[in-house]
Design a protein around this ligand. Structure first.
Ligand SMILES: *[C@@H]1O[C@H](CO)[C@@H](O)[C@H](O)[C@H]1NC(C)=O
Ligand SMILES: *[C@@H]1O[C@H](CO)[C@@H](O)[C@H](O)[C@H]1NC(C)=O
Length: 289
């Protein structure tokens, strides 16, 4: 749990850290833009092991609010394929939020980023949990649909509750719908999810890791038709996302190093992931082309 002297020096250096498991610098160490090309068309998406980010686009607001340091484009090019998008709804306008903190952007910026990426890499797919944050409205569905039309990605959507295969998912945006209304994609609550995000202090990290570990052990033996989703992120009044990620990502990296072979681990969602840990997660698909 203690930082090594080298890590301490890196922190003092310019205030940012780039390790194999944790990265809060501006750009990933390397890119992995097209890894899904190697997954066979017939593989159900629920059997693909996928790296993701928690509270994607939470880049502003200081230590209590920030969950990553890379732009959306950098995240997608680094290999991230699950986005956790939180929108505040006010009279049809959807702004990006982490709790009360406005993230200097709107839902359209995210859709545009995904459209641009999928045009460039049509063999990839992007999973996007969409959740209303810091507002409670009864017409969130209409607002989301209107943005999707406005940003030209209605035809890019996977319009079904059924789990697509990799072949069916290519070039598609798959909404994991975490708000009421008619079906817009997969239903978020149909996933098998571990999201014990509350980490009151750094003394509670062992419990957090236990929750992550337990769910990662379940994923390979769980129902293969159901998507597994494990949040490694956590926060609390005395434990901000970055210090939690610095410790949990290190444990996750060790765990992934000791686990070998082709194993379905599901979606693994992180704060401040680094390019090497993203690569390690992708490698569990054991597909090289
Ligand atoms: C998409 O996959 C096909 C078939 O594997 C491949 O030939 C093509 O180069 C890939 N395209 C991109 C942009 O990666
Ligand atoms: C596995 O998951 C699928 C999709 O959620 C569900 O339809 C099916 O009933 C589940 N099978 C078992 C044995 O629980």
């Amino acid at each position: 749990m203690y930082l090594t002297l080298l890590q301490l020096l890196l922190i003092i250096g310019d205030g940012t850290i780039q390790r194999p498991d944790y990265d809060d610098t501006s750009y990933p160490e390397f890119l992995n833009s097209a890894w899904m090309s190697c997954i066979p068309d017939s593989t159900p998406l629920s059997e693909v092991t996928i790296p993701g980010t928690h509270n994607t686009m939470a880049l502003f607001g200081g230590a209590p609010a920030e969950c990553q340091s890379w732009s959306l484009a950098s995240q997608l090019h680094a290999g991230v394929r699950f986005l956790d998008i939180r929108v505040r709804h006010y009279k049809g306008v959807l702004t990006l939020h982490h709790g009360p903190v406005y993230q200097r952007g709107h839902f359209g910026d995210v859709l545009q980023g995904v459209v641009d990426f999928l045009h460039e890499y049509p063999n990839e797919t992007v999973l996007m949990r969409v959740k209303e944050e810091f507002s409670t409205t009864d017409d969130i569905y209409g607002a989301v649909v209107s943005y999707i039309h406005r940003y030209g990605c209605w035809d890019m959507l996977w319009h079904s509750r059924l789990m697509p295969t990799m072949g069916q998912a290519r070039g598609k945006l798959i909404v994991l719908q975490d708000f009421p209304g008619p079906d817009l994609g997969l239903c978020y609550s149909s996933l098998d999810i571990a999201d014990d995000w509350m980490v009151p202090t750094l003394l509670h990290l062992p419990e957090k890791w236990q929750s992550v570990h337990k769910h990662l052990e379940l994923a390979p033996v769980g129902n293969k038709s159901q998507m597994f989703l494990t949040f490694t992120s956590g926060t609390g009044v005395f434990a901000f996302p970055s210090p939690v990620a610095q410790r949990i990502n290190a444990k996750l990296y060790d765990y992934l190093t000791y686990k070998t072979g082709k194993v379905r681990l599901g979606v693994i969602t992180m704060d401040f992931p680094a390019a090497p840990i993203i690569q390690k997660i992708v490698d569990f698909n054991n597909q090289h082309c």
